[in-house]
Design a protein around this ligand. Sequence first.
Ligand code: CA
Length: 495
Amino acid sequence: MKKTLPLLLQILVLGCSSVNAEIQKPNVILFLVDDMGLMDTSVPMLADKNGKPERHPLNDWYRTPNMERLARQGIRFSQFYAQSVCSPTRASIMTGQNSARHRVTQFIAPEKRNNGPKGWRWEGLTQKDVTLPLLLRKQGYHTIFAGKAHFAPTGFEGEDPTKLGFDINIAGCSFGQPGSYYGEDGYGNLNPKRKKRAVPGLEKYHKTDVFLSEAITLEAKVAIDQSLENQKPFFLYMSHYAVHSPFNSDPRFASNYKDSKKPKNAQAYATLIEGIDKSLGDLMDHVASKGVAENTLILFVGDNGSDAPLGPVHGYSSSVPLRGKKGTCYEGGMRVPFIAGWAKPGKKNTFPIARDSLHNDQIGTVMDLYSTILDTAGVKNPSSHVVDGVSLLKQLSGRGNPDRPDHFMCHFPHSHRSSNFTAFRQGDWKLIYRYKGRKKYELYDLGKDPFETKNLAESERRKLKEMTKAMIVRLEKEGALYPSEGDKELKPLLP
Ligand code: CA
């Protein structure tokens, strides 16, 4: 019948068919791993002085064959930044804003108001927020949340991901740490000692030997099938509880580490890493088996620096050769793996992503994921909503983006492993400013000293002043809240 219609009318008929239009939109899997730092993988992510990925001993300790597979058919970033703890990163992914602006600057404590300056958003995200899944859903996406949410405390609306724009919530709630990874424990529900952090909603796996990472993956696959049956493009926010503590050993992989002579905790951590890697491979295989791999973009990312139980907090063990770990102001606290690729590279890909193990040595940040995913889906950010991130699509092509900002700021006006600091990276330089105590400034030339061994704050006074000025401008622009001492607000000081 269509053959008899004039051409213009045929175009109109096709254009009005929402199903056809939606099928063309790419599916997106945002694969977010909790507490996974840059070095927690067998994929060499860190670049050497010539900008080439370089192998380090930790790359030989961890086993992530599916990350290797994604890296081979996609592009990896060597300088990708997250915030130093969970919730700030998670709010940045949802809003595209830096933490100083959205003000979820500390991890959300499920049962109480966590410490921090007056006005910090300890109550987390709400229905009033413009969020990534909300915008995607309005444009026809099926939006699936799976795993760890940690968007708001218990009793606040944001604790439920379906209040923030997701159609489906698999196992997400207010807390960021599971009671148990074991099905035998009902993920905390069946173990009185673990019940405080009992993971909701996976009852059918209770009393089985299905590990938490596996259960979430199985349920995510079911949700993907629902999207495909309904002929809708999907956005899967695949957010593993792993590899956050408790470091429960995953029995499927324990034998790979038992002769290593490393501490039991470190071995268990490695099994958690291998478990999320299997999940990645299973999802890649699943979309391939459904015939949509060429139309499915995968963005793999960690939410803060490593928490590997391998040594001191501020030293060089968990993320070696990077200094520090999760929660600190050093690079090991905020550098995370980022790999992007089509589940299968091919002719149906909406846009080209560099392949053959290419990598990008420009800065990228968790704030950029919001704009990148909207760009991928052809969805516009509302003009009234300020974003700090930029789309990564040019960088994903492998050509780089000469126009992207070369700075990153982690603003943390709270007490934690590193307390009351702003870490500000601009170009090769990094400033760490501490609001309390006498030692206010640390300055590193990451171009020459990527592992932060020589504090140049005394010898490079001019650069120190320039960096502090630039940091203050950025803080003010984003509306940062500062720590206080008594009634006195501690604004940053020039040297
Ligand atoms: Ca985390």
